[in-house]
Design a binder for this molecule. Structure first.
Ligand SMILES: [Zn+2]
Length: 199
């Protein structure tokens, strides 16, 4: 379970939308799963804000504590199922958890007056948003990109992302950050090996 860490700088609590799928962006609301495993959804308001930043909802809905607990449970099931996507059989309880949420009424589209834009909503926006995320996860792990779910190769990242590139050899969640850091690190390591060899 993710822990609530005090005194985290705001930067660490920022949400990330780099995975290529809404369900995996949701999984990334736990920071540093490989180490500190800290919670970014610390309050019901955080979840409402996440829905808006992710583009799932137009405005933040009222979220209850129970819904926040639900959302965290769904998120962990998606994490475990997605990590095994294309390579293993998930635990039955995780599959059941995902199905439980996917069975709820999803968000419905509402066409704007200009006839060209659409907003998503419903009577139960939180339930609907979680259903939408669960459905996205089911679609991902059973679709053509299932075997392209990867864990970022950067040592300090380990974010799950979808490699939708044609060659399918992407190693980092986001080249701009993790990829460059990894490359610079490799370069530095090579340089230091070289300088050690050359007295
Ligand atoms: Zn990364």
């Amino acid at each position: 379970m993710a822990v609530i860490l005090d005194d985290l700088p705001a930067k660490e609590l920022r949400f990330h939308f780099k995975s290529g799928r809404v369900c995996l962006d949701f999984v990334a609301t736990v920071g540093e799963r490989w180490q500190r495993s800290f919670e970014r959804l610390r309050s019901p308001e955080d979840l409402g804000r996440w829905f808006v930043e992710a583009g799932v909802l137009e405005s933040p809905p009222e979220v209850t504590e129970a819904q926040l607990e639900d959302a965290r449970a769904l998120r962990e099931s998606i994490y475990r199922v997605a990590k095994l996507a294309g390579q293993g059989t998930p635990e039955r309880r995780d599959v059941e958890e995902m199905n439980r949420f996917a069975a709820r009424a999803p968000l419905t589209p509402k066409l704007g007056p200009d006839g060209r834009s659409v907003t998503w909503g419903g009577d139960e926006p939180v339930e609907g948003a979680l259903a939408t995320i669960a459905r996205d996860a089911a679609d991902l792990v059973t679709g053509p990109l299932a075997s392209r779910v990867r864990e970022c190769a950067a040592r300090d990242c380990a974010l799950l992302f979808v490699d939708a590139s044609r060659p399918g050899r992407r190693k980092w969640c986001w080249m701009g950050a993790c990829g460059n850091v990894a490359k610079t690190g490799a370069y530095r390591r090579r340089q230091s090996v070289r300088s050690r060899k050359e007295p």
